[in-house]
Design a protein around this ligand. Structure first.
Ligand code: AQP
Length: 332
């Protein structure tokens, strides 16, 4: 069986619709056919300041949301990144194989550090793509289900993995990004030229899955469209409408062409009203399930302990092999 790995940050509290449609939905689907490793990436979270109590609560909250979305801890290893020490250990090795210029070209870093200002940007934020390289290579993952914004980091992972293999002998599986075209990038509802994002979106442009469903419906109904009236998929000319069609299509599992047909002659309001209803039907049970998992932190922690145990077996083997290949003296 092929192996998949992915991670999500426990930073914002609620997952947003971009996280779910761009990544988590694929995690759930892939666990049917793949050996899956899914983690809450708390090491990545601390690249920007975090309140300790909030970070702890958000780590459980992220886990609860993954379970509510359908990640099955019996089939997938669901764990917290800091519970598997090998991530940080392999990251150091990968840092030593990454060029400074190479890391400086990562656009996510450039965007995030520009938003934070140079004074507040940490070295951790600079090297977080390299930690991601380690995250992926550690599990010998074949595929990495992520949104489009992560493509460059998967490219970096491939480059560094190949570099290591060339220099020290075949050690790492070289991964492929697993990015679905339709949901690669979900856009901000108020500015459909930018991706929906917890840090760049305005509150009205961002659909948090744990928002009050009424607020969600309101955001959908006030989504920015255009001055034309035709409901047609055209991401260049009609970015807002196309984004709504994408979301509708995925959540109702209806091809976009069928949606276009059924909305022929109808106004944007009709699409928005229907989508608002679909969204509410989706987020309402999601919220309930998340709360049920949160109400039982002991079970959550047990799930995470079991997940970390599964993950450690693979991680330890890869790290031991890596250390041996680069010439570290065996500790045993
Ligand atoms: N708008 C999006 N469309 C499709 N996929 C998306 N992802 C994020 N936004 C979109 C994917 O979600 C996964 C988890 O990403 P993350 O852990 O980086 O989550 P985040 O930091 O909360 O995502 P943001 O909102 O994008 O954060 P900022 O604003 O800090 O940059 C990834 O697979 C990602 O591709």
């Amino acid at each position: 069986r092929l192996r998949v790995l992915s991670g999500i940050q426990p930073t914002a509290g609620s997952f947003h619709l971009g996280n779910y449609l761009g990544a988590v939905r694929q995690w759930v689907a892939l666990q049917e056919s793949h050996d899956a490793f899914y983690m809450v990436v708390d090491l990545h979270a601390i690249t920007v300041p975090q309140d300790p109590a909030e970070l702890r609560a958000n780590t459980r909250l992220a886990t609860a949301q993954l379970l509510a979305a359908g990640v099955d801890p019996d089939r997938s290893a669901l764990f917290v990144q800091s519970h598997v020490a090998e991530h940080a250990q392999l990251a150091w090795v990968m840092n030593c194989l990454t060029g400074f210029g190479e890391a400086s070209r990562m656009t996510q870093f450039k965007d995030k550090s520009a938003r934070q200002g140079a004074d507040r940007t940490t070295v951790g934020l600079f090297t977080y793509p390299v930690l991601q390289v380690a995250d992926i290579l550690l599990y010998q993952a074949h595929q990495v289900p992520v949104g489009e914004d992560q493509r460059q980091h998967i490219e970096l992972t491939r480059d560094i993995g190949e570099r290591f293999n060339t220099r020290f002998g075949d050690t790492f599986t070289i991964p492929e990004p697993y990015i679905l075209k339709e949901t690669a990038k979900i856009y901000d509802l108020q500015d459909p030229t930018i991706k929906m994002s917890k840090s760049a979106s305005s509150p009205k442009g961002l659909i948090n899955l744990l928002d009050d469903p009424k607020a969600t419906a309101k955001k959908v109904k006030s989504a920015v469209t255009d001055t034309d009236t035709v409901i047609r998929y055209d991401p260049v000319e009609k970015a807002g409408v196309s984004n709504l069609l994408t979301i509708m299509s995925v959540l109702t599992e209806t091809p976009i062409a069928d949606l276009e047909k059924s909305y022929e002659g109808k106004m944007y309001g009709a699409l928005k009203t229907d989508l608002a209803e679909v969204m509410v039907d989706f987020v309402t049970p999601f919220r309930t399930r998340t709360q049920e998992y949160l109400d039982d932190p002991e079970t959550l922690d047990k799930i995470l302990a079991k997940g970390a145990e599964k993950a450690r077996v693979v991680a330890a083997e890869t790290l031991a092999q890596t250390y041996e290949r680069i010439g570290f003296l065996s500790a045993r």
